[in-house]
Design a protein around this ligand. Sequence first.
Ligand code: GUN
Length: 324
Amino acid sequence: MPGSGMVSKTVFSPQPSPSHLYKTTLVAYSLSLIPEEVWFVDKIIDGKAIAAEIREEIAADVVALKEQGVTPGLAVVLVGDDPASRVYVTMKEKACEKAGIFSDEHKLPAETTEAQLLALIDALNRDPRIDGILVQLPLPDHVDESKVLEAISPAKDADGFHPYNVGRLVTGNPLYQPCTPFGVMKMLEHTGVDLTGKDVVVVGRSNIVGKPVALMCLAQHATVTLCHSRTRDLPAKVGQADVLIAAVGRAEMIKGDWIKEGAVVIDVGVNRVGEKKLVGDVEFEPAKQRASAITPVPGGVGPMTITMLLYNTVEGAKRRAAQQ
Ligand code: GUN
């Protein structure tokens, strides 16, 4: 692997992958001892490009499954008319269509009762065309979210939120893994980051991102610090991170000058500022000056979430095909 010892500030050895790396020849070295090409990681981790690469692989897997007579199927359930949720669900539909996955949409009114929702989930659990079931969160207040998530068959739990799948993640033997943190791990992998022995600091302890991503990093032998709203001296904790994962949902609350020189920064936050502007949880420009690699918002983690949902659905379909 060329270059790993030559990229000063990095905490990882980059692996060549044309979409998000660029190649250059170090003149100083080529004149002297090491006349070889050196791969540098582009500072910006391009989530769109990584997602596109993975989606191509997924589409190829779908073609192979269809040749075996198995069409992967994803059911998406939306209750109510939260505008952001509607946008996500439409994006999921389109992504399924593009990948050749059967998309079964259930858009239910906000007054849908818990019993009606549980009956639909029961039908989807039994539907042989469906490999993955996703119930878009948040649910209306009159519906018990835990009850709904626990009603989804763990074998079709494309979101990885069922306690069975959470338990499998905790014990280091995952089946379905939650999509956003799984996407973060794929981005680190594609960027060539080896987490072994690294200090990973996660800011945010949600069930959807913070807790699962901490477990995933632990499984890859990182030393993980999980920070939250009661953490004392957050700047000092962030300053220790070789890899910082920000998932708090507060616009630019992590300041650029807290970040250690050469750290890798993954910003999961998507926060609307004013009418149109989206920003992450990290102050991007000053953080970029110090980081060796950083995800932008938008165009960073965002495109990875739906990609991993497709990935999970296709993995479910592969298990179905293997049982035929
Ligand atoms: N709402 C926000 N993120 C998610 C997610 O990853 N899955 C589901 N089901 N709902 C969400």
